[in-house]
Design a protein around this ligand. Structure first.
Ligand SMILES: [Zn+2]
Length: 259
């Protein structure tokens, strides 16, 4: 965390504010270009083999590809990305949002070294959606303008979809997915592990507390020798001894046996 803070102090002024909005504007521009020339997206896609042949712009140009070519994407995708931008700008600030996307670009490029998988960069956007859902899980959106859905469900559906793609995909696709999602895994993986551990601790603490409060419950009889009450062991039979103390049948039996 402190590394992030010092990086932000040094390089924060270079951050592009509202980067996802900027990219969304490119998406809109390209949406029109794709309508005009349907083969156009192929020029922007991430294709490791072509990057090696000198088409280096493909290292970043896929970020400008819209998520679809239908009018529905323009109506739904654009406001959705706008919302993701504003949420993550609020949660992270410009610098961290820039770093997350830059991390995605670098990791996707590194993935291209081990995997020939061509891509539109969808996994990177999926990572942004899931990141948004971590901060605003209960934010509702209108799916297809009619169906209200909470972001956490959409993110879980996305994660499940990625899981299926990963399990059913080729080795090349798996590497691509893994590398593209690295920024998400690095950002949220340790926190998720901590959360799981914390939940385990909370559960244990609650159980201990409940056990303790059971012992503190009101009792009528208490053995002055072993300290047990009828709540600890309902089978015990309490009697008052000759000395005037209350004792359970087990302790009375032991006392009788003692010389
Ligand atoms: Zn006793």
């Amino acid at each position: 965390m402190s590394l992030l803070v010092s990086l932000e102090q040094k390089f924060g002024r270079f951050a592009i504010p509202n980067l996802v909005r900027v990219l969304t504007l490119f998406h809109v521009l390209n949406w029109f270009l794709i309508r005009w020339s349907p083969g156009f997206p192929e020029k922007l896609m991430f294709v490791p083999a072509l990057i090696r042949q000198g088409e280096w712009w493909r290292l970043v140009s896929y970020l400008a590809l819209p998520g679809g070519s239908s009018i529905l994407w323009l109506l739904l995708g654009v406001p959705f990305l706008w919302m993701i931008n504003d949420g993550l700008e609020q949660a992270w600030g410009s610098f961290r949002l820039n770093l997350f996307i830059l991390g995605g670009v670098v990791c996707t490029a590194l993935g291209g070294l081990v995997s020939p998988e061509p891509s539109t960069g969808w996994a990177l956007w999926a990572g942004l959606l899931m990141a948004f859902a971590v901060y605003f899980p209960d934010q509702e959106i209108l799916l297809f303008l009619i169906l209200p859905v909470r972001i956490k469900w959409l993110a879980m559906l996305t994660a499940a979809g990625i899981g299926f793609q990963f399990l059913g995909g080729t080795g090349a696709l798996r590497w691509h997915i893994l590398f593209s999602l690295l920024p998400f895994l690095v950002t949220f993986g340790p926190g998720f592990a901590r959360l799981m551990k914390h939940r385990g601790e909370v559960k244990e603490r609650r159980q201990r507390f409940e056990a303790a409060s059971r012992r503190e419950e009101a009792w009528f009889h208490k053995c002055t020798i072993c300290g047990k009450t009828e709540i600890d062991d309902p089978a015990l039979d309490f009697r008052t001894t000759a000395e005037g103390d209350e004792a359970c049948d087990k302790c009375r039996a032991k006392k009788k046996d003692a010389p």
